[in-house]
Design a protein around this ligand. Structure first.
Ligand SMILES: Cc1ncc(COP(=O)(O)O)c(C=O)c1O
Length: 431
């Protein structure tokens, strides 16, 4: 628990109160004081719920949360309390997770091209599991961390993913034998295979193919004398109901492929590196309308009557350079205002607050006419949002708030009873 920031707001909600109530309260308070700063509310209870669903749908697969997706300490802390392990991509991510008290066995350094000084740091801090996909990396490992337990990352067919990764990382099946022979010659141990089907995967068949390919690589490794006992099926799982495929659909396909190629009797440990799955739906951003431009276009129709078309551009105080960059799941602004169902909707474009014309939030949506000072909500924004925010043009990202339902808190307590969960007061002081 040490190392958690204490400037963030963390509240355990009373019975019947939900995160959306907190957002409403905050907006009303802000209206009273004239404060228009953008903020977000992250619901840690939602993260706990996701973990429960994971265990139900993928009981054989041990999750290593991908810290890069959202590295907020309260989120990482909650996941750590649930007993989840971590995928770290750098020295700072490893240090942060270890600061929270996560032991090195619960960390995989899942970056195939690591900076030498970061490998040294990992070695000094007891991290053993790490990925690779090329010979140069093996030479680095042999020199800096010869006792590491390496996991060979292979390419996948990620054509149907929102964010493909295989053009940057992964060895082809052809390259795998050579790489494994090289590891053998360097006395570097290989314990398994990893892959990533690309973030925001919409095609479960990508997992099936990658699991089948992993089996081939396992067999090569075993024929070379490696004790292969780890399959890492990476990330790519959907994080909200807005996505094209459900987590349960993907999980069912994965379970069948695992049963075929890596049945329980094989004794192979299966892990995954979900990021988006755990956090996307937990976070709602509230941004204020700071400017507005209304355009009226007049056109003459055939019978000489003039038709007018109103389009509206709003400028809001979070944008593409802040935390409203990730377009998956699609950005769907909601007006935080009572709007009657028959209120007219207009073609709308949303701009971020900076001077840069690349800083748009959404090119086109339909919204009612709103005023400067009104608020817009953006749901499902927990993945690849606040970790990517910059301070371009001097704009600070949205202010962080964390909540957990009483029910979520009690679930966490049950899980951690035997491990002396800190009191509510201690947590509020520490995160
Ligand atoms: C190596 C690795 N693992 C896991 C993840 C997390 O992926 P996702 O958020 O799609 O679950 C990523 C994302 O880029 C990654 O590069």
């Amino acid at each position: 628990m040490e190392g958690c920031v204490n400037e963030t707001n963390f509240v355990i909600l009373e019975e019947g109160v939900i995160a959306m109530d907190v957002i409403g309260q905050k907006i009303n308070e802000k209206k009273l004081t004239g404060n228009t700063d953008a903020f977000y509310v992250a619901d840690l209870g939602e993260v706990i719920k996701k973990h429960h669903q994971w265990k139900m749908a993928l009981p054989r697969v041990k999750p290593f949360y991908a810290v890069k997706c959202n590295d907020s300490k309260p989120i990482v802390w909650t996941l750590a309390q649930l007993g989840i392990s971590f995928d770290c991509a750098s020295k700072n991510e490893i240090a942060m997770v270890q600061d929270i008290g996560v032991p090195p066995e619960r960390i995989i350094y899942a970056h195939p091209c690591k900076e030498s000084s970061h490998i040294k740091f990992a070695a000094t801090n007891g991290i053993q599991m790490m990925t690779f996909d090329n010979k140069d990396e093996l030479f680095k490992i042999a020199r800096i961390h010869p006792t590491a337990r390496m996991v060979l990352r292979i390419v996948t067919n990620d054509a149907k993913s929102f964010l493909p990764l295989s053009m940057k990382f992964g060895a082809t099946l052809k390259e795998c034998r050579q790489l494994m022979e090289c590891a053998k010659a360097l006395c570097v141990d290989i314990i398994g295979v990893s892959f990533h089907v690309g973030s925001g995967c919409t095609e479960p068949q990508a997992f099936v193919e990658a699991i089948a390919d992993s089996r081939i690589v396992f067999d090569i490794g075993m024929s070379l004398g490696f004790h292969m006992n780890l399959l890492d099926i990476g990330g790519g799982f959907p994080g909200s109901e807005e996505e094209k495929i459900t987590f349960q659909e993907i999980a069912a396909v994965i379970n069948r492929a695992l049963e075929l190629h890596f049945p329980e009797a094989s004794g192979v440990n299966i892990i995954a590196e979900p990021g988006r799955y755990y956090v996307a739906s937990s976070l709602t951003i509230a941004a204020n309308i700071i400017g507005r431009k209304i355009t009226i276009d007049s056109t003459n129709s055939n019978d000489d009557e003039t038709e007018t078309k109103k389009t509206i551009m709003y400028y809001v105080n979070d944008g593409r350079y802040g935390s409203l960059k990730a377009e998956q799941p699609p950005i769907k602004p909601i007006a935080f205002k009572k709007v009657s169902p028959d209120q007219q909707l207009f073609d709308t474009k949303l701009w971020g607050p900076t001077c840069d014309s690349f800083d748009y939030v959404i090119d086109h949506c339909k919204l009612p006419e709103l005023e400067i000072g009104d608020w817009l909500l953006f749901q499902n924004r927990g993945a690849y949002t606040i970790t990517l925010a910059s301070k371009f043009n001097g704009f600070q990202g949205p202010i962080a708030n964390f909540v957990m339902t009483r029910e979520g808190w009690e679930t966490l307590q049950k899980i951690k009873q035997e491990n002396q969960l800190p009191t509510e007061e201690q947590v509020q002081g520490e995160i």
